[in-house]
Ligand binder design. Sequence first.
Ligand code: PMP
Length: 360
Amino acid sequence: MTRVHNFSAGPAALPEPVLRQAAEEMLDWRGSGMGVMEMSHRGPQFMAIAAEAQALLRELMQVPANYKVLLMQGGALAENAIVPMNMLRGRASADFIETGEWSRKSIAEARRYGGVNVAASSADTKFTTVPARETWRLDPNAAYVHICSNETIGGVEFHEVPDVGEVPLVADMSSSILSRPVDVSRYGLIFGGAQKNIGPAGLTLVIVREDLLGGALPCTPTAFDYRVVADNDSMYNTPPTYAIYIAGLVFQWIKAQGGLAAMERLNQAKADLLYGTLDASGFYRAPVARDCRSRMNVPFFLHDSRLDAEFLKGAEARGLVQLKGHRVVGGMRASLYNAMPLEGVQALVAYLKEFEARHG
Ligand code: PMP
């Protein structure tokens, strides 16, 4: 068996020990005589698996007691509707910071449920920056302020939590969650799909401050009413049981590595190595402003796009896969989620230098 270095933006590589343990437990989870996929979500075994996953996540992220952790389905794009349905709470509109493709999608979807104020946008820099906080035109009566903490396609990341006063801050953290410590208490709500740093697609994580629950629009599907989900411990409907089990194994793995501080050190080292190599060369170019660069998703260009196909082919031959950039941006993109080891980035950097020496 040969495993590649997988730079996919998501679904993405998982830690190998997690996959090995899942394989071992596939037919018989700890003497139960059945696999996790075959368990009732209300049986004692799965209830224990879900409770442990929840507890580990709370521990890793140091989630304060007045926040609920909800394990949902539908992905981040469904949350683009579910968030306004639950969070408008009788207010006319919400504020949005437009920093790229994913926040734009959030804006478009929210317009179906209420007023939208785009308080700041980096469209003028082709989404290669985060608009400076002092330029934001926030509405003090907004129901919430929405940001995308890390724009997976454009590779733009908020390096600081913006201060938005008393208005709840809502963050789409799909592609940066668990990559470093966060102060959950600065947010009203955090959401994200699991398929990057958490586990398999199909699980959506929502962390929400308790006092914000209970005001969902009447049209909200019951299964997507945060109050109902919270009151039923995320088991109002059948949750994505296998994805929750794998997420629990990933949380254990992160804890064993030293928690989120250790993840941050590793992720910073990987990002520094890759951006440093790109910046030092006249052959490659990283388009995002330095103080807004994502540590998770690194878009870059070759100086001549006619070499793109050959670059990708050579990369694949070396076991460096899924490096093609998103069609909206073009070029290349290397995603460096938690499960990407430093050796993967070292192998990519060696290939970048080799390719440049041959074609530069
Ligand atoms: N937001 C961000 C930041 C993302 O990276 C993605 C997926 N790449 C989405 C939203 C959409 O997530 P999903 O496909 O799980 O709905």
